[in-house]
Design a protein around this ligand. Structure first.
Ligand SMILES: *[C@@H]1O[C@H](CO)[C@@H](O)[C@H](O)[C@H]1NC(C)=O
Length: 227
């Protein structure tokens, strides 16, 4: 490598490192997917960092044993008896550093893949905005997380649906943050990269696991989405 190239590589590395180190520390815990009677108060909360609970999951499928896609009309699929609107309010009152989000999608619905499915971009976005606005308000939530892992749509359609949804929810002040946590899988990363490139502003990226440096691809995706 020439000295000049080395110099520029170091500058780029330094900029990236500075951005990562200046991100506030956020601990995030997905909760409620396994119906194991876990409550917010069971989880120890460090008062000196930001703490996000992520209700898992809201899914745009019908409930029951043969789920059908609803084209963006989201239903609550988390353990809402133990993680109810009043319990959200209560944990936030006790801990000012706690925010609560819901996550969209997840791996399965009734043991089948929770496929991202949109009949059209406009109709999916419109249904998702209205259904999620009511759930977020009902449950006193602060943000949404995107965790689709299976896709019946191209990366471009997925990116436009999610990007427009997040933009509108933020503009309407329904949510104050949105996040994604893509994992190390080619198909998954193609869809989230399209979202990242098209909607760099509104969506923040977190990695699932011990920390943001766990995985090379997540590490490199972390930067462009926050610029
Ligand atoms: C999702 O799609 C797969 C095929 O790609 C199918 O086997 C599965 O049943 C679908 N999931 C649901 C909930 O319909």
């Amino acid at each position: 490598m020439s000295n000049l190239k080395l110099f520029f590589s170091l500058i780029v590395l330094l900029i990236h490192a500075t951005q990562i180190l200046t991100q506030p520390t956020v601990f995030r815990e997905y909760i409620g997917a396994n119906f194991a009677n876990v409550q917010f108060s069971d989880v120890p909360i460090n008062p000196s960092i930001q703490f996000h609970f992520i209700l898992s999951f809201a899914i745009d499928f019908t409930p029951g044993s043969s789920p059908k896609p609803t084209n963006g009309k989201f239903n609550v699929f988390w353990d809402s008896e133990n993680l109810s609107p009043s319990q959200v309010l209560s944990i936030k009152r006790q801990h000012p550093n706690v925010k609560v989000a819901l996550s969209l999608g997840g791996d399965t619905v009734s043991d089948k893949a929770a496929n991202f499915t949109a009949f059209s971009i406009d109709s999916w976005v419109s249904n998702a905005v209205s259904s999620l606005t009511s759930v977020v308000k009902q449950y006193n939530l602060d943000g949404i997380d995107i965790d689709y892992e299976h896709f019946h749509a191209s990366p471009s359609v997925f990116a436009q649906c999610i990007g427009r949804l997040v933009t509108i929810l933020k503009r309407n002040r329904v949510i104050s943050f949105a996040s994604i946590a893509p994992y190390d899988d080619g198909e998954v990363q193609r869809h989230y990269l399209a979202l990242c490139v098209g909607y760099a502003g509104p969506v923040h990226i977190y990695s699932v696991g011990p920390g943001p440096l766990r995985d090379d691809l997540i590490f490199s995706l972390y930067i462009p989405c926050n610029m």
